[in-house]
Design a protein around this ligand. Sequence first.
Ligand code: ATP
Length: 274
Amino acid sequence: KSTATLIEKKKSDLTFKDVAGLEEAKVEIIEIVSFLKNPTVFTKLGAKIPKGVVLVGPPGTGKTLLAKAVAGEAQVPFFTLSGSEFVEMFVGVGASRVRDLFKRAKEKAPCIIFIDEIDAIGRSRGKGTFLSGANDERESTLNQLLTEMDGFGTNSGVIVLAATNRADLLDAALLRPGRFDRHIYLELPNKKEREEIFAVHLKPLVTDGKVDINFLASQTPGFSGADIANICNEAALIAARKKNEYVNKSDFLDAIDRVVAGLEKRSKIISPDE
Ligand code: ATP
């Protein structure tokens, strides 16, 4: 992969309107938007703005989406880095990438750094990884990340958001005060929240006007926001394949079947004995 995919500065057009449900997480993270927009309100009272926040939740629950929405709401640049990409890297590259990322972010403050899959870098030392030899590299990357977190001032205008499915795997050093000392939890959506997510992802589709969001939500217990987005797109693809003019209920039912089949396949790969 090119380095361009590793560190990108993007403007985010997403806002909280694009994030359905997740009300508690939004309430907590809205404070970050206020810090970025108007830091002096906080600093003049002597408040220390948090540097690092971990978004914790199952795959597809909207962690990346929420981080982008924070950048969009605050209208600040968004730098991203994915933990898993470090696993593939040459020795010494990870640490220098981290250094480079923080240097660039500080120049553009106020801004957000988003580290997806932080557990790939910040896994508790000694808990082992899939690749031996990748371990030293991961550790030097983690150490660099800790150094950077300590090195920038509390009120420098850089806020680091990180995402993980498994907060319990994270190295305790990452979670110390002044580093990633705040956690925001994202849960799988309940029925009402699934309705809201369907509403967001139905908006761009041309349906026959009879698609019932309540029914779709009742057919999709345990589905994530990403699964629902996937269903809506699949339904449109199915309708297009049939050369239909509108996306209708049966296209959604077919799409749900298809996504369920995909999920089953995925879980078989993960747990072949079950
Ligand atoms: P992963 O852990 O797999 O990286 P994630 O939690 O970061 O997943 P996202 O990448 O943010 O999940 O979600 C994928 C897509 O699913 C989003 O781009 C969006 O289209 C849809 N989605 C997920 N959650 C929501 C939500 N709460 N509201 C609207 N759309 C959602």
